[in-house]
Design a protein around this ligand. Sequence first.
Ligand code: NDP
Length: 447
Amino acid sequence: MTLDEKLEGIYDDVLRRNPAEPEFHQTVHDVLTSIGPVLAKHPDLAEHKIIERICEPERQIIFRVPWQDDAGEVHISRGFRVEFNAALGPYKGGLRFHPSTNLGVVKFLGFEQTFKNALTAMPIGGGKGGADFDPKGRSDDEIMRFCQSFMTEMYRHLGEYTDVPAGDIGVGEREIGYLFGQYRRITNRYESGVLTGKGIGWGGSQVRTEATGYGTVFFAREMLRTRGDDLGGKTCVVSGAGNVAIYAIEKLEQLGARVIACSDSSGAVHAPRGIRLDELKQVKLSERGRIARYVELDRDATFVEHGNIWDIPCDLAVPSATQNELTRRDAATLLRNGCTMVVEGANMPTTPDAVRLLEEAGALFGPGKAANAGGVATSALEMQQNASRDSWTFEHTERRLESIMTSIHRICAETAEAYATPGNYVCGANIAGFLRVGRAMVALGLV
Ligand code: NDP
């Protein structure tokens, strides 16, 4: 897609000032391609240089994380926190522990998060962080030591009114526990609202664990509703087998769909009769094992080492592993096999040329910025419960999540309609998010 001249200049500047950060360039380009019509309607946003300001993080923190393995060997990892935009509230966004984590990846995630958080209509700004630490194969003690070392630097940048991290790839309840324990120890403050994704017994919220996956499926259901359709009987393929994937599978099954495949970085599992959730949870959550182990527990399923999950025919694809995992070639295969809908559980898992192909073919496409916002929205509900020293029931919290996802869907659909791109959720999400953040930035003065 081409940008108009003014936006092209802004994008060139982003390329120049942020070299060798392809994921960050990609997400900025995605937003800039949508917002041309907004500037025509709201020239004040251009006058205040909102786009230029929104593309520049407020603060970028990079730090050394030294830690020792069980054999006593010393390792040095690199930690990051990019505090992207706090116009709407404290920086909010997860921490990722994965060897591919670098500044450009964290900036892409922080930029996405800023728009996503705005879409939730909750008082949260955008941020993201993590480390290039690889937790795979590490003992519990090694994970704890790493988390403690990470927090020993990170704590000074956090606070319930400043910056509130959560989990992401490689960071779940166990890691949040170790991080929170170290924060509490250093500061001598039981400041529950400083991290979300905590355990239910120590300040966590019901439904936070399930929220991203459940929310993605609620969003998919709303999209189908616009075509008078529902999830009943739909055949689905969900990539990944982590937090987002597992709970997307759970909600899809609850709503009558059949999930026939999932994956991890070692390969894909194909279960034509449907993935058995208890067995999947045993392998991935209890044993923390590889996905190949699943087929030992479900004899109807087959494991394809390094297999491409998008080759498996389905009605609905839910990429829920990582960025750029669904390419144009994959999109072409999905379409050829009869797939009519892709909804992103992960952040930016579909490459731009794949998105274009899906849109041209008339498939429904739900971008992660909107579709996977249920996780951060429920984190905001966790902060709300922490602030009022309250805890809500599962049912109440799930109803709140459902209603937030319905609202996000509505604002995306209405905005797409208002800007002459009906049914285009990418434009709807980018424009609606941009308007909320941009208006707040104008109101706050030159920040
Ligand atoms: P998890 O660590 O729980 O699971 C990630 C899954 O994706 C694992 O199965 C992992 O396989 C697979 N995966 C990760 N990286 C790669 C890779 N490079 N190639 C192939 N497979 C890979 O993470 P989450 O489920 O929390 O996150 C998944 C996605 O959802 C990410 O894009 C994240 O940013 C996004 N997201 C997460 C939210 C949350 O609340 N957790 C909120 C919103 C978005 P393996 O174990 O083999 O590496």
